[in-house]
Design a protein around this ligand. Sequence first.
Ligand SMILES: [Cu+2]
Length: 290
Amino acid sequence: MIRAKIAQLALLAAAFAGSLPAHAESGWALLNMTQGVTDISRKIYSLHMEIFWICVVIAVIVFGAMIWSIVTYRKSKGAVADVTLVHNTKVELVWTTVPVVILVFMAVPAARTLVEIEDTTKTDLSIKVTGFQWGWQYDYLDSGVAYYSRLDRKSDAARELLSGIDPTTIDHYLLNVDKPLVVPAGMKVRLLITGADVIHSWWVPAFGVKKDAIPGFVNEAWFKVDTDKPGLYRGQCAELCGRDHAFMPIVVDVRSKADFEAWLKSKAAEQKQAAAPAAAPDVAPAASTG
Ligand SMILES: [Cu+2]
């Protein structure tokens, strides 16, 4: 009976594994965190995997010993509880020392990566990111280019109650923005992250960046996308910030250095033109008869 149940569970697990969507990454890899496109994101991924396997080994040893003891020394087999073993210094030393050694073994590489994550020196570009209800404002501090980035129009129309629009027909539903953050690949980009109203969080998994956007505070983060990995990368606000929290996605458009510089130049010119005062109307007031 129990064997039949176990076989049934194994079949179910196999069916579940088989039903996972086949992507570039397939099967169980989809359930794992992504390796990302920056050096830091790969370091975070390796740390995650190392610590995951340490936990697996510990779990196998601990649960194995527990289950084996329960089965082997069960009452129905005539086992009698040992009430004499109340203290053993040797055993206590071992079960204190071993976890301490394991923790230090995990903490050293983790601390090293954390220090690297916090190192916002020697950056090539600084962008101020301001989270607001509900979107993101990007200010390129060195060039004066600034704009808002919000949920794209198509997703915004489809999400309305009784819109009648089928969300499955929308490309990247709720994950597209009108104006993505444009950055160069291969350059160290520093983000100065703050909030305009409540706490938000700027999160792009592929970069290994997730930082709270807190009103009155400026948090720092940085990323450097691999030179050979330009493309669109998506993220979300990761701090519950109110009614439309689910509708303020993040899209980062990573371009080659030359492409980025050309974009920044044209954007700066465009903004300069838009800010210039409009020419005075060429009509004399008396001629205006309504
Ligand atoms: Cu939010």
